[in-house]
Write a protein that binds this ligand. Sequence first.
Ligand SMILES: Nc1ncnc2c1ncn2[C@@H]1O[C@H](COP(=O)(O)OP(=O)(O)OP(=O)(O)O)[C@@H](O)[C@H]1O
Length: 253
Amino acid sequence: MKGAEGAEGASGAEGALLEVRGLNVRYGGFHAVRDVSFTIGEGEILGLVGESGSGKSSVARALTGLAPRTGTVAGPGPRGVQLVFQDPYASLDPRMRVGRSVAEGLPRGVGRRERPAEVARLLELVRLDPETARRYPRELSGGQRQRVAVARALGARPRLLIADEVTSALDVSVQGAILNLVRELRAELGLAVLFVSHDLAVVRYVCDRIAVLREGRIVEEGPVGRVIENPADDYTKSLLEAVPRLRLFEHLC
Ligand SMILES: Nc1ncnc2c1ncn2[C@@H]1O[C@H](COP(=O)(O)OP(=O)(O)OP(=O)(O)O)[C@@H](O)[C@H]1O
């Protein structure tokens, strides 16, 4: 539901896919996310950055109902937003073949007979051989496992993917391939992404805009180039100074 305030001049709010206003997350007496507001447009990739403990995962989890929240979240319904976590080792059931894990993400409307073809389509979408369906997670590399987790999330045909530190558990050599996959999925499916990461090099490579979170509040938000080249906030500057390898992914562009 759109707020009644109407034209308040917030850039991008018009026609936004997701509109978050005054989001708060409290764990008992601890106030982890404080009055956070942002929008994500159709097919847009918004980076959410900040140091450990700044509240990034709490925002991601609150948007998918996994953390307690107050505030307004207007956007796609529950199936329209899917979350992919940092650790594909933990998010895939080790006793389940990949095909079954991916099939679990499909809506009920997909009949039993259509499922194998749909699973194959999803595996191809994340650049995995459909034969991968017969394998177990332990037989795959970390990058392949993360692709399986993305395939499962895509089964619900989301309009927004929340990617929470999806490259952090991977070798640097594999990170770029997963980042390229995120960009390709946006181009092919028009998927919007909330890309949560502590790594500004990663965020710079994949995002259109970034929002910087500090102690639960957004201290700066804007186009990724502007925020990284010319940060307005001292905290953003200190985050940038802590990242010695900002150019890492440029060769992939
Ligand atoms: N379930 C919980 N109960 C109590 N406190 C929590 C809970 N989850 C997170 N917190 C606290 O909320 C704050 C924000 O945590 P959150 O995981 O959202 O931060 P983050 O920026 O994602 O950090 P990291 O990158 O280390 O995961 C931290 O101080 C954390 O200890």
